[in-house]
Design a protein around this ligand. Sequence first.
Ligand code: ADP
Ligand code: MG
Length: 701
Amino acid sequence: MHEIFNTNITYLKGVGPKKAELLRKELGILYYIDLLYYFPFRYVDKSQIYKVKDVINDTTYFFLKGKVRNIKAVGEKRTKYITADFTDDTGTIQLIWFRGLQWIKSYFVLDKEYKLFGKPSEFKKRFNFVHPEMEEVVPGENDVVGGSLEGIYHSTEKLKSTGLGSRGIAKLMRNLLNIVEHYITETLPDYLLKAENLTGLRIALLNIHFPKNSSIIRKVEYRLKFDELLYVQLRLLLQKSYLKQKVKGHVFDRVGDTFNTFYKDYLPFELTGAQKRVIKEIRNDLNTGRQMNRLLQGDVGSGKTLVALMSMLIAIDNGYQAALMAPTGILASQHYQTLKKILGDMPVNVDLLTGSTKKARRKVLHESLRSGELHILIGTHALIEETVRFENLGLVVIDEQHRFGVAQRARLWKKNRIPPHILVMTATPIPRTLAMTLYGNLDVSVIDELPPGRKAIKTIHFFESKRLRVIGFMKDEIKRGQQVYVVYPLIKESENFDLKNLMDGYENMLRDFPEPEYQVSVMHGRMKTEDKEYEMKRFVDGITNIMVSTTVIEVGVDVSNASVMVIENAERFGLSQLHQLRGRVGRGAKQSWCILMSGNKLSNEGRKRLEIMVQTNNGFEIAEADLKLRGPGDIQGTKQSGLLDFKIANLARDGLIIERTHKIAENVLSTDPILSLSQNLPLRNELRRQLKNNPNWARIS
Ligand code: ADP
Ligand code: MG
């Protein structure tokens, strides 16, 4: 790409240092290239001049032509604002400004005609325009210059007040394109443009900003999305093959006594087909001599723990140690109990290290780790503290990976000269296309089958008014010997309020389920770790009938006797969280229930979420729905990675383009693994440019 694109935006006609600073702060635009790739988010038809009487909704933008009268200040000092009447031959509509009062008063000339552009707002059943963009009508000037469609750019209040509203930005874009148009070089190889029937880059960039006609918009949008997504795929696949080629891994070429004995004599049940397949995939990875970086996706309850254990046994058979890292102390200690139980009297040494492990215990543990006597260490973040040294760490399994940051994972690498193999397990299903983009540099295994004999959990939504019925139902289940979870939302911003909510709920429970007939546990994040563990143990051991808690029990906890999950204020939870919570029941052979309690008033989105939960138990379907409802921006851990900062592509909507570009990237790299063929030179150049500008990309894994 020509160096002109790296010109600082200050030097563009119409910008200057002050606006440049604002553009940087508000929109992250520093250089010409950044502005060039700042795209409109929609278009309006300029040729269509509306009348005041047509302003009957607040969902679209309008162009009006008329006169401005009755400008006056309303209110006192700080609440002061300006109103004016905007009139054409069909009526009058109010204009409002909260800033720039002096300027507005002096700007408008009575009886001159103005063009107004803006999106109306509704106030007390009437429409008005707040901070509309206004322009004088110059007699004889053609309104429609070039095409009749005008791109609308996102702007901010601060930018608007310096004249950089949508139209202001469009003017800068004009200036920019005049200068750089002829320096735009194609970023895709000729053969791809032809095969995929794509518009050239120059045409695409010109028309995305100033479309010739409406039919070209879709085509150039497609081209630019394709571009953006193809480079993401190329980058991820190159990273993956780099890891495969360059990063040495321990060779686990034996499946020995430990694994075989376990398989023959200790396995508590027949493995599901999916579990078998995944274990095979992992085994193959482990003896290639390259570091394994595998993501294991499996819906809640699909039996990932067993896969983790059997992978760790392979490590042990090859003379290595293994670690299993969980996001919370409760979960770590539950993993510990589970593995101890499954392993029985097998000669495998397992230990637990969490934040609450006492100093004396720690010392012993550290020693047995360093001597190699300890085979499997289970724990929380405590595992990656500097003081924890393994004799020979060969495999790390990370459970519920969303809670671990990239940096934390990187620290694991330092635990050995040759990095350990990494198996990341997640129960938050990720839609396929999103996984392709987020984890395109990892290998992915999927457990897409639940253990046999499970009954599908039945989900019902009740409004608050049906609480008595729900209580009666809970009592019936408890009578049958089952246990119940009751979960309250916890939202950080109002922790005190949430805690009160939880404790009120707990007290109500104590009233509705009095001792000694019933025993109720309570658990929340503010409790000491020991207390949490104590309460959890009472529930696991079946001493308490009901566990009232916040979402601290969200991940992983496995109490197969619990058959009812009541979620309070269910409308306040996100879909994937609801699904995780529901996954805490349905683990035994009995019929399980998930009861979603909500207030009578629901937002559209809240209602939709509850409906989806009632309709399906399938985590992947829920993940797809979630992506559509929320967009990809909220998916944990992706925001700070910058991975989802797309200029034009939309992970929720562009699944087909993602699949297409993924396939093409695979094809290209299979014939030209390092992009050395001359036909792929454009790909090589552009990729290099992008990597130089985004140092973060190299490190994400
Ligand atoms: P998750 O994938 O959510 O971590 P777990 O590993 O906790 O699931 O397994 C859920 C439950 O299913 C556990 O009680 C486990 O013992 C049981 N389980 C796992 N694999 C099988 C199997 N192949 N057959 C029967 N039950 C199984
Ligand atoms: Mg689990």
